[in-house]
Ligand binder design. Structure first.
Ligand code: 13P
Length: 257
């Protein structure tokens, strides 16, 4: 990790929990344990309709959306713009998540969303990652294409706001027949990602945080920090369990000492 960059722990609650009461309970539980956290940025991305409520409870925990549309406003039924997310208190936005890509979202669309989110003042968390690994290592090319196309035209002076999340789809908890990615898998890919972004953005690229996501748990978080080459973690399932999520935050905090 580069000096001067706080590590980051991000929660992607996905389409959970089912009621705003449960969302509040989970959030409050996490708040209680983060008062001593000094070196870790904590970002929680709930379903967007809970943002307005949750923003009232903590300034320390930053909030994010799980997607934001590129249009500034107008005839886009069902969409929420980056500006709306910002205005309701969101500061981050997950973009290009594999679950959205599986529904047809393209790199071109993610690119438009990244640029619009940056204009709105949000920090995009760009998800990249291959669906499977192959003996020819062509998965490197798919990650390279995702980065090239999603970050095309992003201004150098804004690139430090982008977080890149390496999420191999084959390691995500909900993927059928999934298996664990190792810190070595993460290290190899983070080195590759750093090379691509530094070729594209020069010295500014060193300010970009790269995180790992895919069945992150309190059991392997320490190993990812030690051996995975990451500036943070993006947790899905584990982030819905307050105890596990708090433990991951504490492990991150300890790793920054
Ligand atoms: P899991 O931690 O449940 O595998 O989810 C990872 C993820 O998709 C986070 O964005």
């Amino acid at each position: 990790m580069q000096a001067g960059k706080n590590k980051i722990i991000i929660a992607n609650w996905k389409m959970n929990p089912l009621t705003s009461k449960e969302a509040e309970k989970l959030f409050q539980h996490i708040i209680k344990s983060v008062s001593l956290v000094k070196r870790t940025a904590i970002v929680i991305c709930p379903p967007s309709l809970y943002l307005a409520k949750l923003r009232k409870f903590s300034r320390k925990i930053l909030l994010g959306a799980q997607d934001a549309f590129w249009g500034e406003g107008g005839p886009f039924t069902g969409e929420i713009s980056g500006e709306m997310v910002y205005n309701i208190g969101g500061r981050y936005v997950i973009l290009g998540h594999s679950e959205r890509r599986a529904g047809g979202e393209t790199n071109g669309e993610v690119n438009k969303k990244i640029k619009a989110s940056l204009t709105a003042g949000l920090r995009p968390i760009l998800c990249v990652g291959e669906t499977m690994r192959d003996a020819n290592h062509s998965y490197f090319n798919s990650v390279k294409n995702q980065l090239a196309e999603c970050l095309d035209g992003v201004k150098k002076d804004l690139i430090h706001k982008v977080v890149i999340a390496y999420e191999p789809v084959w390691a995500i908890s909900s993927t059928p027949n999934r298996h664990d990615a190792t810190p070595a898998d993460s290290l190899e890919m983070t080195i590759f990602i750093r090379k691509i972004i530094s070729d594209k953005f020069g010295a500014e690229a060193s300010k970009i945080r790269i995180v790992y996501g895919g069945s992150v748990s309190e059991k392997d978080a320490g190993d990812f920090f030690k051996n995975g080459g990451v500036d943070g973690l993006l947790a899905g399932k584990a982030s819905l369990d307050a105890k596990k999520f708090i433990e991951i935050i504490k492990i991150c905090e300890a790793s920054s000492r």
